[in-house]
Design a protein around this ligand. Structure first.
Ligand code: ADP
Ligand code: MG
Length: 387
């Protein structure tokens, strides 16, 4: 876990003229496998990473939410709580980031859980738009804070739902429950096997060190935003696939159903649906291998997932492809882009002895292509959100 920035409590006092009631935090995540399956009621296997979002929070009587972030360029946003809504002019222009925080307060209020006033200072070391879910880290940190301060006692699965509503209904990003589940439910040393149909979860052993393996994150530093664009189109393709195949969700489509009925789909929708169907199978195969203690054997499934995202779901980028291909060429056991795509990060499962040479090769490949050098670092499964 990254250290709580020692200055956060002091900075809160400086800005708000009073002590925070506490500091809460929630992690970003890496998705080991299971991409774009969450909004299709499918399977995923994320884990929490050491990088976290921290919030210093004070309950007040002011009738307002005052939201501030140490994030470059983010000032502070002040909105009235009795008329809190996504259209509040406080969120227009530079204040858009504050919707991720206010949306959580709003989703609690929908359930009749309110604070008379709230002040929040956010500091996050989860990089934005890097495919590591800085947005869920922020939402989940605020959610555990409000849950404690309001004495609401909601369980973690209800907090997942609250953060999901904040991101979908308040921010307007049509994302699934993967990120929030990882941030709130993951635990150190494990992957979180998530079934998005009934939202059940199970911790799966993921002890990289015991196998002398390293999981590298290769942040291409090409950022994306999920409120718009390609992500939304992919969701729409899946909904079209459901209608044509006559299913409630693509989770219901087995490999066999797909083979029999794929001809009903137009070529693009066919590719999109094929990614979801094959990705669900790959997640289950990875979980079986991990349950059997065969972590070193999951590499080919990670790589197959990347190929599916590159060719069928078409959410990769030249930078992600070079990162993956170079990692494999340099001795990685498997590699794939992770997160929503269109930029962000790739991951590579690498024998510890090769971590440095793999990293150097990828950096050199980016240099040859004339791109900004990637940020490359290793991660281990870290703890979920907490005070
Ligand atoms: P990611 O893959 O990182 O989650 P998103 O587009 O889903 O990318 O969310 C990124 C958005 O979350 C940012 O544009 C910003 O609005 C908000 N955000 C994340 N971290 C911070 C922060 N430290 N301060 C303010 N806003 C943040
Ligand atoms: Mg996000």
């Amino acid at each position: 876990m990254s250290a709580v920035p020692t200055s956060l409590a002091a900075e809160f006092r400086g800005r708000f003229g009073a002590d925070a009631d506490g500091i809460w935090s929630a992690p970003g995540r890496v998705n080991l496998i299971g991409e774009h399956t969450d909004y299709n009621a499918g399977f995923a296997l994320p884990f929490a990473i050491p990088a976290r979002a921290f919030v210093a929070v004070r309950a007040t009587e002011s009738g307002e939410a005052v939201l501030a972030s140490t994030f470059a360029g983010a000032g502070s946003v002040r909105v009235r709580l009795d008329e809190l809504g996504p259209e509040d002019p406080g969120f227009s222009g530079d204040g858009g980031w504050a919707r991720y925080l206010a949306g959580v307060v709003w989703a609690f209020a929908r359930r009749g859980i309110t604070l008379p006033g709230i002040e929040v200072l956010l500091h996050s070391d989860v990089p934005v738009g890097a495919g590591l879910s800085s947005s869920a880290a922020v939402e989940c940190a605020v959610a555990v804070a409000v849950n404690d301060l309001a004495g609401a006692g909601l369980d973690r699965s209800e907090l997942v739902q609250i953060c999901h509503e904040a991101e979908n209904d308040f921010v307007g990003a049509p994302t699934g429950i993967l990120d929030q589940s990882a941030s709130l439910l993951a635990s150190a040393g494990s992957g979180l096997f998530l079934d998005c149909l009934d939202r059940s979860t199970r911790q799966v052993p993921l002890d990289l060190e015991a196998r002398s393996l390293v999981l590298l994150v290769i942040d291409t530093r090409v950022t994306h935003a999920h409120e718009s664009g390609g992500y939304r189109d992919r969701v729409a393709s899946c909904r079209l696939g459901e209608r044509v195949l006559g299913v409630g969700s693509l989770r219901e489509v087995t490999a066999r159903d797909f083979a029999e009925r794929a001809h009903l789909l137009d070529p693009e929708t066919l590719r999109r649906v094929r990614h979801i169907v094959t990705e669900n199978a790959r997640v289950q195969d990875v979980v079986s291998l991990l349950d059997a203690g065969r972590l070193e054997d999951i590499g080919p499934l990670l790589t197959a997932s990347h190929v599916s995202m590159r060719d069928d779901y078409e959410i990769s980028s030249p930078e992600l492809d070079v990162a993956v291909d170079t990692a494999l060429d340099a001795g990685a056991l498997g590699a794939r882009m992770t997160g929503g795509g269109f930029g962000g990060s790739a991951i590579a499962l690498v024998p510890a002895a090769l971590a440095e040479s793999v990293s150097a090769r990828i950096t050199a490949a980016f240099e040859d292509a004339g791109w900004v050098p990637p940020h490359i670092y290793s991660v281990v499964p870290a703890a979920g959100a907490g005070r």
